[in-house]
Ligand binder design. Structure first.
Ligand code: ZN
Length: 282
């Protein structure tokens, strides 16, 4: 948390509010928040924000100056937030980086993260290509069904951990993986390449539908998450299984939502989500 929908909501808000703005000054509260490229910080002063993109759970500011482009990538995974001045300043000691802006709708954007290690990268084009190349697999909203099917059929991992593996599919974390699998009626520990092929179109469609609906509702506000402008995401109300262990199954099958603890907690209905075996080739 944040996952793809929250990062997409942040990217859209920042695109609308910041593009065209000039960076007048940068403030770094602690050097170790910048994982890469700190020495290039002076370049960003007096550059312009030309675009805002999302890769997986990261938001990337595209900055230009004198025909050259550089990038500021902010990883939002787990606890990071990009905030505008209208957002409530909770625990301001966790604000580690600020950009002061001129010529756009906001005077400032800041990076807030209660964790103490670096989650910002200042990258040139080659650095961005290296960073995105090694960290981000297919985007679940734009990958084709054929790419999705090929990925699953060649993978022996458990389905939920595959959906969450950023180098395979970028942007899905624990909340949305649980919600997608419940709706697709697939067990989190299902081995990916043993799923009946006939069920793959539904899983693919469900994955995209859940993420799109979550974006439309502003994401899910779980723990500390809110959007850059301070609004909370409303998709939490649509959660059917995440953090609902012990509650009756929303399908009214008579079962109870169970929580199993692996590297990340899985929430699922043992009646509705059974491990399937592909006995005959279909
Ligand atoms: Zn059920």
């Amino acid at each position: 948390m944040p996952e793809l929908p929250e990062a997409e909501v942040a990217a859209r808000q920042l695109r609308q509010r910041l593009v065209g703005g000039k960076i007048c000054d940068c403030w770094v509260g602690r050097d170790d928040i910048v994982r890469e490229g700190l020495q290039s910080l002076p370049w960003y002063r007096s550059s312009r924000i030309e675009g805002v993109e999302r890769r997986g759970k990261s938001v990337i500011l595209v900055c230009g100056r004198g025909g050259e482009r550089r990038y500021l990538a902010a990883e939002l995974g787990m606890t990071g937030l990009l905030l505008l001045p209208s957002a409530p300043a909770k625990h301001p000691q966790h604000t580690h980086f600020r950009l002061f802006l001129d010529g756009c709708a906001e005077p400032e954007v800041r990076y807030w993260n209660p964790r103490r290690f670096g989650r910002l990268l200042l990258l040139d084009q080659a650095g961005l290509d290296r960073y995105t190349g090694r960290r981000f697999g297919h985007d679940p909203l734009t990958m084709s069904f054929d790419e999705f099917q090929a990925l699953l059929l060649t993978n022996r991992s458990r389905l939920k951990s595959l959906l969450m593996r950023q180098q395979a599919i970028a942007g899905i974390g624990n909340i949305y993986a649980n919600e997608i699998l419940f709706r697709a009626k697939l067990h989190p520990n299902q081995i990916a390449n043993r799923i009946q092929i006939a069920r793959l179109p539904d899983l693919y469609g469900t994955m995209q539908a859940v993420l799109r609906e979550a974006i439309r509702m502003g994401g899910s506000s779980v723990r500390d998450y809110f959007a850059p402008d301070g609004t909370e995401g409303r998709y939490k109300r649509q959660h059917l299984v995440y953090a609902k262990a012990g509650m009756p199954c929303p399908n009214q099958c008579g079962g109870t939502i169970r929580r199993s603890v692996g590297e990340r907690s899985s929430f699922y209905c043992p009646n509705c989500q059974r491990i399937g075996r592909r006995t005959t080739k279909k």
